[in-house]
Design a protein around this ligand. Sequence first.
Ligand code: ADP
Ligand code: TRP
Length: 321
Amino acid sequence: MKILSGIQPSGQLHIGNYFGMMQTMISRMEDSELYVFIVDLHALTSVRKRNLLAEGTLEAAADFLALGLDPDKCIFWVQSDVSEVCELTWILSTLAPMGLIERCHSYKDKVAKGLTASHGLFSYPVLMAADILLYQAEQVPVGKDQKQHLEVARDLAQKFNHEYGDTFVVPEPAIHKQTATVPGLDGQKMSKSYGNTIPIFLEGKQLKKRVMAIETDATPVEDPKDPANCNLYTIMELFAAPARMKEIHDLYVNGGAAYGYLKLELLDLLDDKFGEARRKKVEFLADPEMLRAILAKGAEKAREKAVVTLDLVRDRVGLKY
Ligand code: ADP
Ligand code: TRP
């Protein structure tokens, strides 16, 4: 099985990114042909500062490696290092109906949040389709927010195959029910752009401040509470052992759940889960040349695959004369 997914280096990676995508990717190293990449070209639609993008890219690489991604067991690279993707984006964009791209809500959401309404932001889903189709990915693990973009990739693959003959694999999204949308501190989707995140690599006082800021209602400790509508409960479920979660569930339903106490418990769980990765990340970041070498090797492996597809595509559409 060919599995592929990418992440933008547009801010500190958070537990929504971890459960929505990174964890699944890292867990599939042994049993699949895995493609993991950092989508810096996509991040250009929102990051305008040179250093922020360049440093963010290296940092995202350190994040993945610290969390256990083994670059010898997958293809791990930076999107812009394989520029073939830009050529495929153009070819696909000549086939992409305006209506299909206009329907994408992520563009409208981002503009509503203040991002510049650029052509790049608008055609973001076409670049994403090119990312996926170039490597003939079969499965794409993502959070629920990316489902529509996957549909665009599928539509474009089918349209191309119909016009020019079978060329692309039609990819399937892989979205896990429990982690499809990890809520943020305020109960909305956790997202770098909403400022409501729990970053994976935050620690100490700063992490405590975020965890304590998880919004809860004002029900007194001894009163029963509804776990289904509690943001803190949903986040705890991602980290606590099932037996402990059962106890917490009973405290909610029967009364006795103290939010402040549970937040401190969550803080310990976060430290247990990510403590080792935090230490490893420091080591990776101390050696940027090693990071660059890993990414360069990954880009070489990715390009080998990309040129095969692009060559076929060029031939199919008539760019080979
Ligand atoms: P953000 O919204 O924070 O900018 P990205 O758009 O870079 O995150 O998302 C990277 C990956 O993480 C995507 O697969 C996305 O679906 C997933 N993801 C992001 N936020 C969440 C979340 N709150 N819950 C589940 N998955 C998420
Ligand atoms: N659009 C995705 C996001 O914002 C990132 C992304 C770009 C991606 N190319 C991809 C995800 C290809 C999966 C496959 O999170």
